[in-house]
Design a protein around this ligand. Structure first.
Ligand SMILES: [Zn+2]
Length: 206
């Protein structure tokens, strides 16, 4: 798919079994990977995502794109409260390879999350407010740093994708029940699309 000169990829949606696959470590950076990282980043930006994991566009590699906005105080002054935010936020959007959570902070924070693979559904997820993350920035250095704020949440959400976990898998029973009808709709939509694609393929064969 192309938008202007930018190539983007279709984002897989809830119901698609690919989303529960576990991604594999990236061990070499070659031209193909650099090209794909552009597509991953373009797709995230096009759909207004804060993050996008390779698995969401059908690639089983431990790669994520992040586009976390810089938090500001009431006077519009950037508020970078963790070393990870200080290093990374001004350089976004970016692609990170083999991101990993090294340790979790003790304090838990509950905030609404959404996901490009679970369109139009938002629900509160409780996660540690800070995490120590290690990763390699594509084309630049590796780091191991404490991250807070939305960046900490985005890392946890995206790294979950690499392990086949969606934010809806982390909801309380009550919260999950509330969105079940909407999830059912998404699942049926996926089944319908898959069926239609099969029909179209059959037509092509004749
Ligand atoms: Zn997501």
């Amino acid at each position: 798919m192309r938008i202007g000169r930018k190539k983007i990829e279709k984002v897989r949606v809830y119901g698609d079994p690919f989303l529960s696959k576990k991604a594999e470590a990236v061990d070499a950076v070659d031209e193909k990977l650099v090209k794909f990282s552009e597509v991953l980043m373009n797709t995230m930006v096009e759909f207004d995502g804060v993050g996008l994991a390779a698995i969401q566009v059908g690639v089983k590699s431990r790669m994520i794109a992040l586009g976390v906005p810089i938090p500001q105080d009431e006077n519009g002054v950037p508020r970078l409260s963790s070393p990870g935010e200080a290093l990374l936020l001004s350089r976004m959007p970016m692609v990170l390879l083999n991101p990993e959570i090294v340790s979790y902070g003790k304090e838990l924070v509950t905030k609404d999350e959404g996901c490009l693979s679970v369109p139009d559904i938002y629900a509160p997820v409780t996660r540690p407010g800070t995490v120590v993350v290690s990763a390699q920035i594509l084309g630049a250095e590796s780091f191991t740093l404490e991250c807070g704020g939305l960046l900490a949440r985005a890392f946890q959400h995206e790294i979950d994708h690499l392990d086949g976990i969606l934010f809806i898998n982390r909801l309380s029973k009550d919260e999950l029940e509330k969105i079940e009808p909407a999830l059912g709709k998404l699942k049926r939509r996926y089944a319908r699309l898959k069926f239609l694609r099969k029909l179209i393929r059959k037509d092509d064969e004749q």
